[in-house]
Design a binder for this molecule. Structure first.
Ligand SMILES: C[S@@+](CC[C@H](N)C(=O)[O-])C[C@H]1O[C@@H](n2cnc3c(N)ncnc32)[C@H](O)[C@@H]1O
Ligand SMILES: O=C(O)C(=O)C[C@]1(C(=O)O)C=C[C@@H](O)C=C1
Length: 244
């Protein structure tokens, strides 16, 4: 299939509609996320490396908000522990339909994968060694985030990890400005126009709510995680590993 370029916000919109992971987004998603999230490809590769290190024999690995399954495929390629499987969850039917097609093409790997169309807030998390929230928690209403993180902690085995990647905010306005401007420069360098950047920003405003690194770290610590390490940051995008 030819890779489709994201032009969803290229023309002026009469009315701003909240961002949704619908068929139009699914069709361009690999291009959109690559051109929008600094280090996305590197984060995906390293999720495989982290999963290989922390996956435990006979446990489940979860990819929560899996979209097209990029993190799932990376974990699947690397995990060598016996009797592990991957449970990939997303509540966008369009994403999962396409994700299942892509998964079927990658038949070589031995680790079984189950893709489930469901709300991650309702899926049981049990006997887990690796849980991935790769740019998903930011779409959960902030008041509901502690409960999800606590459930993930409860479902992890000792020594298990949560990999949490997020767009982050900064409490100091000058730092917020610095990182946000550089992120916009990154998008411009990847071919997005000022109109596309500003229209997408408005569409995301009510549905994607970034928090500070301190806020994430405190929440993870209060849930019980013994250590929280920021292993990646580029501008206002970061990824943490929290160990139970
Ligand atoms: C930015 S994308 C995640 C990217 C993906 N993890 C990757 O690495 O390519 C966010 C995904 O989370 C999903 N999502 C948002 N809220 C959700 C929820 N409550 N339950 C399940 N999936 C959700 C969206 O449908 C979307 O596919
Ligand atoms: O912050 C932005 O401008 C983004 O486009 C970020 C972001 C994300 O972090 O998930 C938002 C929606 C798309 O899934 C791809 C990237």
């Amino acid at each position: 299939m030819i890779k489709k370029t994201d032009a969803i916000y290229a023309a002026p919109l009469q009315e701003m509609i909240d961002f949704k992971f619908d068929e139009r987004v699914v069709a361009v998603f690999p291009d959109m996320i690559q051109r929008s999230v600094p280090g996305y490809g590197m984060i995906i590769s390293n999720i495989g490396i982290l999963a290989a290190k922390y996956a435990q024999a006979g446990s489940h690995c979860y990819d929560l908000g899996c979209s097209l399954g990029a993190a799932t495929l990376s974990m699947r390629q690397r995990i060598k522990e016996p009797e592990c499987d991957i449970i990939a969850v997303d509540n966008s039917p369009a994403m999962l339909e396409r994700g299942r097609e892509l998964l079927a093409r990658d038949a070589a790997a031995a680790v079984p994968v189950t893709m489930i169309c469901a709300d991650i807030q309702e899926v049981p998390i049990e006997n887990a060694s690796v849980v991935v929230l790769n740019f998903t928690l930011q779409f959960i209403p902030p008041a509901q985030r502690p409960e999800l993180i606590e459930r993930i902690y409860a479902g992890l085995r000792p020594g298990g990890i949560l990999i949490l990647s997020e767009k982050i905010a900064f409490s100091e306005p000058a730092r917020q400005h610095f990182h946000q401007e550089l992120h916009h420069d990154f998008k411009r360098a990847n071919g997005y126009s000022d109109l596309e950047i500003s229209q997408k920003r408005s569409a995301l405003e009510n549905v994607m709510i970034p928090e500070t690194l301190a806020c994430h770290q405190e929440r993870l610590k209060s849930a019980g995680f013994s250590s929280v390490e920021v292993w990646f940051q580029c501008f206002n995008f970061a990824s943490m590993v929290a160990i139970k």
